[in-house]
Ligand binder design. Structure first.
Ligand SMILES: NC(=O)c1ccc[n+]([C@@H]2O[C@H](COP(=O)([O-])OP(=O)(O)OC[C@H]3O[C@@H](n4cnc5c(N)ncnc54)[C@H](OP(=O)(O)O)[C@@H]3O)[C@@H](O)[C@H]2O)c1
Length: 323
């Protein structure tokens, strides 16, 4: 069974910027947490939310770089967090919950993409561990600090089209393929939002996942130049060949998901270009131009992934045995 994926005609589009998406919305008194909120799209998300009056906590694995990137921006604080290290996730969550503050907007934005095979923790594949399991543990550990009626935004990607969850080998123990691993992790980001939205309903917490568009950022650091040329992203001189969004446009759907009254009463949905996305054709292979794959919004898959993630991380805010 899948969720209701149909455009709502928001009036925004691919060219909308984060500032335009939040225009007229007053976030004074609201607290946002933006993982990776000091680079690429996360930085623009932080700027837009802080600009609308929110206090933004930016957990960073490179604290000094984060402080440098965010220098001069009021209403922002940097904290330490490495999503690939569950001890670091626990320590950050404990520090935050001890502060007694409440989170109104939680943006799970940080990620690595198509890195060479890397193992973290007990031998976990690094993209699944960082992009999904780290955020899973973070949100579950922060759950007591998440305010009733809050929104949780899981920044996924059209890259989820590359792979469903590989139930028989989530950690690629039988051969690694970097794009499949990214695809699986980004599918996990969508399924996480689908399940969290169901579990959070009792407290009015709504969750969304999204594709931000294609934007040149440090995310592409692991892609060799020849591959970027082969994929038609840039020419040999490094000039863009595709219609890339700017980072300000790339952060717009995240900011819209986190703040727009147009999404009131909705949740568990995958968004793109500041609107709800349609389902991608069932027979699409590889990267379809847009839309969400059925397997990424399938409620049974979402529940199964939640159970697996709770088993792997040992955390589940909704299971008394694992809190
Ligand atoms: N750019 C695109 O075209 C595109 C397309 C589709 C989806 N997305 C998604 O958009 C999101 C933001 O991407 P971006 O393009 O803005 O990339 P980016 O500039 O590389 O930013 C990613 C952020 O995640 C942080 N991060 C990585 N590993 C971490 C870890 N172990 N612990 C804590 N933080 C960690 C990075 O920290 P460091 O700076 O310290 O490495 C960085 O701040 C990602 O979820 C990505 O999958 C991007």
């Amino acid at each position: 069974m899948t969720t209701a994926q149909h455009k709502i005609g928001s009036g925004f589009g691919a060219g909308t910027t984060a500032a335009e998406a939040v225009a007229g919305i007053d976030l004074t008194g609201k607290l946002a947490v933006v993982t990776g909120g000091y680079s690429g799209l996360g930085l623009e998300t932080t700027r837009a939310l802080a600009g609308a009056g929110a206090h933004v906590v930016v957990p960073a694995r490179r604290r000094a770089s984060a402080e440098e990137a965010l220098a001069g921006l009021g209403n922002v604080e940097v904290e330490e967090l490495d999503l690939a290290d569950l001890d670091s996730v626990r320590a950050f969550a404990e520090r935050f919950t001890a502060s007694g503050r409440r989170i109104d907007l939680l943006i799970a934005n940080a990620a690595v993409m198509a890195c060479p095979e890397t193992r973290v923790g007990p031998g976990w594949e690094a993209q699944f561990a960082t992009n999904h399991l780290g955020h899973f543990a973070l949100v579950n550990r922060l759950w007591p600090a998440i305010a009733d009626g809050a929104r949780v935004v899981s920044v996924s990607s059209r890259g989820h089209h590359y792979s469903p969850i590989r139930w028989d080998d989530v950690h690629f123990t039988r051969g690694y393929e970097k794009w499949q691993a990214y695809g699986q992790a980004k599918t996990a980001n969508v399924l996480f939002a689908v399940r969290l939205d169901e579990l959070g309903a009792a407290r009015g917490v709504r969750a969304f996942a999204l594709h931000p568009g294609s934007i040149l950022t440090p995310l592409q650091r692991h892609i060799p130049l020849e591959e970027k040329i082969e994929r038609g992203w840039i020419d040999e001189a490094g000039n863009p060949l595709m219609q890339f969004k700017t980072p300000e446009q790339g952060a717009a759907t995240t900011v819209w998901a986190a703040t727009s009254p147009q999404l009131a009463g909705m949740g568990g949905l995958y968004l793109e270009d500041c609107d709800v996305a349609e389902l991608a054709p069932a027979d699409a292979e590889g990267l379809a131009p847009s839309g969400v794959r059925h397997y990424a919004v399938d409620r049974e898959q979402a529940e199964r992934l939640w159970t697996l993630s709770a088993q792997l991380t040992g955390v589940d805010a909704f299971d008394a045995a694992r809190v």
